[in-house]
Design a protein around this ligand. Structure first.
Ligand code: COA
Length: 239
């Protein structure tokens, strides 16, 4: 086979791949154009958006997992992680029109469930707490935005139309139509209205190390006072 024939066949293969991807993943591509003002052309989205590539790998791995093929689904997901920086366990269940923006550092755990029209930014974790077995990852409804760096941990339910702020850590269920921010995640808006009486003053959060040191200091003070009492008692007895 000549050099030119090889190039020609390579180009045809790429073209067929691009056409197939744009047909099969048209909802995800549409979501990309709708939600990313920086997306300008179809070839750009198909070839340079790591979020879309991660979803393509995930769909293949998930299909193979459902066919009960051993090892290969995990191999594909780890390869995808290596290429895109996005780790989606093949066992996760993901709806349509998922948009992953920037992507790097995203982890989607094995028993996660994601509805339709969800947007995830870089650094999002849908993880377990390390304590549970079985269903141990979050379930996200439809039309949800999870901001950069946010962590949603454990078997919690995130309702439809929820926004989760950048860097929030969510460990409890979130009702539909609400906005959650902070660590631990607190609802700051519900049904479009601000929720009052909620402190976002993160500097006042309890510091477990300081609390531990305080307890140790209390115990030392207590022991010191007991020793002092004991010495006083002994010197009274001696005199
Ligand atoms: C939470 C978010 C969705 C905003 O929702 P919103 O409905 O517009 O809410 P508001 O901007 O009115 O903020 C509500 C309150 O939460 C606070 N807040 C907003 N985002 C926050 C965050 N990420 N962390 C902590 N507090 C936050 C605001 O200061 C405000 O507090 P106040 O009521 O005391 O003034 C948005 O701030 C966010 O974090 N989006 C993620 C975007 C992202 O990750 N982009 C990555 C691009 S690369």
């Amino acid at each position: 086979m000549g050099f030119l024939t090889a190039i020609f066949l390579g180009l045809i293969t790429i073209l067929v791949y691009l056409v197939l991807v744009s047909l099969i993943f048209k909802k995800e591509i549409k979501a990309t154009f709708e939600r990313d003002p920086a997306a300008t052309s179809l070839p750009e989205v198909l070839l340079t958006y790591s979020g879309l590539q991660a979803i393509i790998f995930y769909r293949i791995a998930h299909r193979l997992l459902k066919m009960k093929l051993p090892f290969l689904p995990r191999l594909i997901s780890q390869f995808a992680r290596w290429v895109t920086g996005i780790e989606i366990h093949p066992g996760a269940v993901i709806g349509t029109s998922l948009f992953i923006d920037h992507g790097m550092g995203i982890v989607i755990g094995e028993t996660s469930v994601i509805g339709n029209n969800v947007t995830l930014f870089q650094g999002v974790t849908l993880g377990g707490t390390g304590k549970e077995r079985g269903k141990r990852h979050p379930t996200l409804g439809n039309n949800i935005v999870v901001g950069g760096g946010a962590k949603i941990l454990g078997n919690v339910n995130i309702g439809d139309n929820v926004q989760i702020g950048a860097n929030a850590v969510v460990i409890r269920n979130v009702p539909p139509n609400s906005t959650v921010v902070g660590i631990p995640g607190r609802i700051v808006k519900k049904e479009g209205k601000k929720v009052s009486g909620i402190s976002l003053d993160h500097t006042s959060l309890p510091d477990p190390i300081a609390q531990h040191l305080d307890r140790l200091q209390d115990e030392i003070d207590h022991i010191e006072s007991e020793i002092k009492d004991h010495h006083e008692k002994k010197s009274m007895e001696d005199s």
